[in-house]
Design a protein around this ligand. Structure first.
Ligand code: PEP
Ligand code: MN
Length: 636
């Protein structure tokens, strides 16, 4: 059962409730959620819930109807985020785990580790104990394999995972791996589950070949009841009558499981299909289904692989796959999980300043705005946000050191460039662009809980929100008055401040949940390809810490030219002659200089030497030149 505690419960009352439950024979787990703190009480005992409800400090008691308790969503509303080394799995991240089916030798695992890391994998896989269908097939290198996997993980700064097949290996393996893998064939090896659970370490739990979702969640329950709350579920295909693929990937299990449990679920397209060509499309299907990641087999020479060669991706195929996954992420409201690159020594000394609890990030708008979503995508969930009334306030916040970063929109796929950001950037030479983020703008009709569409007489939103949902409003709410508001989330804040059920707002989902309102209709925008791109800005001296997280591939410049024929063309020609790809060009009036313009260009970043030469050349010709930033792009 779940014991929901009152908000003002004292420590003494809490201790009393806990010992009451323990004395009755329950295992008690405290779960601190965003809204409530609860005790999960599990065990074979049954007592009258009213005896608990009467204890001081208890708000209510809810029985859990499912056979799995600790793993159930009823127990914990928020997504569990499993932490494996520096990597987080769950929430709105998509983590890519890659590596060979089996560790074969030093060169093989090092080569694969280096390339998958470079391509964007955040964790390395590799079997050392292989449960093969045939006793004559390669069984893995055993402990020697774990040593090699550990070396590769350390060399390329990735946590590692490997399959454990025997309870007697658990302690030995705990010294090497960061996350245990329980294979499909062992999903119901309860002695193994108990032994692994006892370590308290993260576990990747594959779904059994013929396991129902409930059996799979019961296996997770075994792990959790034994002592770990760090479980990642993995759908890897089930046995059906179909022979064209090795197994049948049950993508529908992903949203089902996500509803039933707070634990993250990822997918394994390699074992699900058994065929290399199917791996990329099924990876995308897994991500599209809402999974928190994929685990993919990759080999530097699949023809020579000692196991599962036919389903292993070539390194180049894997690179392309990560790109495609990254492009898909914003569609499903997620972003690709990244781990910080190894920092140069002097930067590493400074990086604790970027630890989430000391980090403040400014954005324009009220809580729940799309800009806040961009902040959450770019930083850890736990960073402090600083909502600012205007764009200028957000610039001032980062400029004065009140916040370390600011995240501001620069362009929308339907509305075009956000000029405020470019103009303010020109006025703040101390700031630099350190990164980019992208958010899909999905509009919703938001109301007080329980409101019916017939009750709505007025709809509030930012003019763009109203405009972007015109077809929906014309069709479903033709008589409702459309009222402009300064921003979308602000309209929801206003809605929440009144009791008026004849009002609705149009905004993003985070605003609805932040203000406790309900989404009556989801995705009501006319054009679904509606994305906003944001710049992540910082003061120059803080730039390296952020930039060092991933390899920059884009640069932004601003420049002005003399008033003579061909002045702009000369500069564009310099860019073209260096073979540099220009991504965007804008011009803005220069304040105080009537009819003079500042140009903004974004280019794909060439090799450092070429870029430096280009900057020097433009510098000679242009009246003014500033490199606004060198950063990692999001894929458009
Ligand atoms: C593996 O991941 O190497 C493996 C054997 O997977 P499964 O247990 O899903 O067959
Ligand atoms: Mn395999």
């Amino acid at each position: 059962m779940i014991v929901i505690l009152k908000q003002g419960i004292t420590q003494q009352e809490k201790d009393k409730v806990r010992s009451f439950l323990s004395e009755k024979g329950f295992i008690v787990k405290e779960i601190v959620g965003q809204q409530d703190t609860v005790f999960g009480a599990v065990g074979k005992v049954s007592i009258d819930p009213r005896t608990v409800e009467l204890l001081p400090g208890v708000s209510s008691v809810v029985p859990i109807s499912k056979p799995y308790k600790l793993a159930s969503r009823e127990m914990k509303k928020e997504d569990t985020i499993v932490q494996v080394g520096k990597v987080k799995i769950g929430g709105n991240r998509v983590a890519v785990i890659a590596g060979p089916c089996a560790v074969e030798n030093y060169d093989q695992i090092m080569t694969i580790a280096e390339s998958v890391r470079e391509a964007g994998a955040v964790m390395l896989r590799g079997g050392a104990f292989k449960p093969r269908t045939s006793p004559y097939a390669f069984q893995g290198l055993g402990e020697e394999g774990l040593k090699l996997l550990r070396k590769a993980g350390d060399a390329f700064d990735m946590p590692i995972t490997s399959e454990v097949v025997s309870p007697s290996d658990v302690q030995m393996m705990a010294g090497y791996v960061d996350m245990f893998q329980i294979g499909a064939r062992n999903m119901q090896n309860f002695e193994l589950l108990k032994e692994v659970g006892k370590t308290g370490m993260p576990v990747l739990l594959k779904r059994g070949l013929a396991a129902t979702i409930e059996e799979w969640l019961m296996a997770a329950e075994y792990l959790m009841a034994s002592g770990t709350d760090q479980v990642v579920l993995c759908e890897r295909g089930i046995r059906t009558f179909e022979k064209a693929t090795r197994n049948t990937l049950d993508c529908s299990a992903i949203p089902v499981v996500q509803k039933l449990t707070h634990l993250p679920v990822i997918g394994d397209p390699s074992h699900a299909t058994g065929i290399r060509d199917m791996v990329a499309p099924m990876s995308l299907a897994i991500v599209a289904s809402g999974a928190s990641g994929v685990i993919v087999e990759v080999h530097n020479s699949p023809e020579k692989a000692l196991s599962d060669g036919p389903q292993s991706l070539y390194l180049s195929q894997f690179q392309k796959l990560v790109h495609d996954i990254q492009a898909l992420c914003p569609v499903v409201g997620k972003s690709l999980e990244k781990i910080p690159r190894v920092l140069p020594k002097n930067m590493a000394d400074r990086s604790p300043a970027d630890s989430p609890d000391s980090l403040t990030v400014a954005f324009q708008g009220v809580r729940g705005a799309f800009s806040e979503l961009a902040v959450r995508r770019s930083f850890d969930e736990s960073v402090k946000v600083l909502p600012c009334h205007t764009f200028a306030d957000a610039f001032d916040a980062v400029s004065s050191g009140k916040s370390r970063y600011a995240v501001l929109p620069v362009e929308n796929t339907l509305g075009g460039t956000v000029y405020d950001t470019l103009d303010l950037l020109a006025m703040h030479p101390e700031l630099t662009i350190v990164g980019e983020q992208q958010v899909r703008v999905m509009h919703n009709l938001i109301v007080h809980p329980g409101t019916r569409i017939e009750e709505i007489k007025k709809v509030y939103s930012h003019p763009q929100g109203l405009q972007q949902c015109r077809a929906f409003l014309d069709r479903e709410l033709p008589n409702a008055e459309r009222i402009s508001f300064f921003d979308t989330a602000g309209a929801v804040e206003f809605l929440a401040s009144t009791d008026d059920r004849s009002i609705a707002a149009i905004a993003g989902a985070p605003a609805a949940s932040y203000y406790g309102m309900e989404i009556l209709r989801q995705g009501i925008e006319t054009d679904a390809s509606n994305y906003t791109r944001f710049y992540i800005l910082s003061r120059e001296e803080n730039a390296e810490v952020y930039r060092s997280q991933s390899k920059p591939d884009k640069a932004a410049l601003s420049f002005s030219v003399s008033d003579e024929p061909g002045a702009l063309m000369d500069i564009l020609k310099m860019i073209a002659d260096k073979g540099v790809n220009m991504k965007k060009l804008e011009s803005r009036p220069i304040p105080g200089k009537p009819w003079e313009y500042l140009f903004f260009a974004e280019v794909q970043l060439p090799e450092t030497k070429i870029f430096d030469e280009l900057v020097a050349e433009i510098g000679k010709k242009a009246v003014s030149l500033r490199v606004l930033g060198i950063y990692t792009s999001v894929i458009e």
